[in-house]
Design a protein around this ligand. Structure first.
Ligand code: HEM
Length: 412
């Protein structure tokens, strides 16, 4: 059957807009706002000065003096996302300013109430998530220039200087490299429904290529992020208050609830991309890993979560290939699975360098965060030696997920 161009033309924009996906940027917020309306000047002022306020141990007192602002002047998705980004960064700085031994049990009402309201409006949790840290936290230096790291910057920052900037922007480049893969996922689902094998073959080829490009983008972490700074300075600010011994009771959001609440910290496990690829390719992870990954979906913007669920409900690609008997399709499918396992293996290499080796060096007193660390080059958090900022037991989880990906191949 010939590819039906009509279907492709109408399906793609329809699906993209339904799930707040951008043709050009995928799950990234397209050209995010960088300033809030004037009444929110007090938030923006603090947010723009976070690294210094944290280094001087002045952030908490600044937050205590912050006026109680109504969220009523925030309009539209862009303003809400920027408000969530700003309030989440201020919250992380407020909680972790003194390191893991001096955490707070209560988030004061002038921060907690607006943060809660903005979170409710967006369907996001009241904590920093991948959607804040990366998806909504970028701007072009030259608005007409390319989406390349030299022309990019973050909107809001935390301690960690150039390494923090690099960590956020390299992750952004991985999201960007995934965009043709996301479009290929949509195309593949359409092709299965249409029994259009040529389009399916093409889509699988594009997906494998996009995953290869994601690996290339991930490699750039080495050029922009210093492991000592990542481990000793940056990581703690991404930590949450769920399953974290440094905050065993969670956090009371004053004026919202008297009961403490527990939320996981920011992690790229909350990125929608691999969840969507897994669903299309029918990858089945272990019960424990699946439970963790599904919990991470609660940290995605609801339309992105809905996208993953929709792919999961679509007719099974694997079943389609098993019954079609088309060797070319099977080979293309296996190439996608193999590329995905390779991406996960490479990610494990990165994690080993940035966490395991960095931890060993920090313990041996060999790694001092260099000058590029910016302010607050503190003590690494012990609660996170074997756990990820999302709260997983890092290596058993990551290896299990990589191995179950490999098992997703179709045998010849
Ligand atoms: C220095 C760089 C990085 C480190 C140290 C790191 C660390 C981790 C850790 C510890 C986990 C376990 C989950 C948790 O508890 O948080 C994780 C999961 C994950 N990370 Fe990263 N990560 C890095 C960069 C990235 C980048 C750039 C991406 C791509 C967007 C990414 C994608 C993922 C995904 C998708 C998972 C979930 C597991 C999976 O589906 O394979 N990571 N990461």
């Amino acid at each position: 059957m010939e590819p039906s161009e009509g279907t492709e033309e109408t399906l793609l924009p329809l699906v993209l807009s339904r799930f707040q996906l951008s043709e050009e940027f995928g799950f990234l917020l397209p050209d995010p706002l960088t300033e809030l309306p004037a009444p929110y000047g007090p938030w923006m002022e603090i947010a723009h000065d976070l690294p210094q306020l944290i280094a001087d141990r002045r952030l908490r007192s600044r937050v205590h003096q912050m006026p109680q602002l109504s969220t009523g002047h925030l309009h539209g998705r862009e303003e809400l996302h920027l408000a969530h980004l700003v309030l989440s960064f201020i919250t992380m700085g407020y909680i972790w300013q003194e390191g893991e031994e001096g955490t707070m049990k209560v988030l004061p009402r002038n921060l907690a109430i607006p943060f809660w309201e903005v979170s409710q409006a967006l369907g996001l949790p009241p904590i920093l998530s991948h959607a804040d840290f990366v998806l909504a936290n970028w701007r072009r230096k030259n608005p007409n220039g390319p989406l390349e790291i030299e022309n990019l910057d973050t909107i809001i920052s935390l301690p960690g200087g150039e390494s923090l900037r690099g960590f956020i922007l390299v992750t952004l480049l991985v999201e960007k490299a995934a965009v043709p893969g996301i479009k290929a996922v949509i195309q593949a689902v359409g092709a299965i429904l249409q029994q259009d094998e040529e389009t399916l073959l093409q889509a699988l080829g594009e997906l494998a290529e996009a995953i290869g490009d994601m690996i290339k983008a991930l490699r750039r972490m080495h050029d922009y992020v210093d492991p000592a700074v990542f481990y000793a300075v940056i990581r703690i600010f991404l930590s949450g208050w769920k399953d974290n011994p440094a905050m065993p009771q969670g956090l009371v959001y004053e004026g919202v609830s008297e009961e403490p609440m527990a939320f996981s910290g920011g992690s790229a496990a909350q990125s929608t991309v691999l969840h969507a690829f897994d669903e299309l390719l029918g990858i089945r992870h272990s019960k424990e890993s699946t439970a963790f990954l599904h919990r991470m979906r609660d940290y995605m913007p609801p339309p992105h979560r809905a996208f993953v669920e929709e792919i999961g409900r679509a007719p099974s690609l694997k079943q389609h290939l098993l019954s079609s008997g088309d060797a070319r399709l099977r080979a293309a499918f296996n190439q996608c699975v193999s590329a995905l396992a390779e991406l996960r293996s490479y990610h494990i290499t990165i994690v080993t360098k940035y966490i395991t080796i960095a931890a060993a060096k920090a313990k041996a007193g060999r790694a001092e965060p260099g000058d590029g660390a910016g302010p607050s080059a503190g003590k690494p958090p012990t609660a996170l030696e074997t756990k990820g900022t999302g709260g997983s037991h890092i290596f058993s989880f990551l290896k299990s997920v990589r191995d179950t990906t490999r098992e997703g191949m179709i045998s010849a």
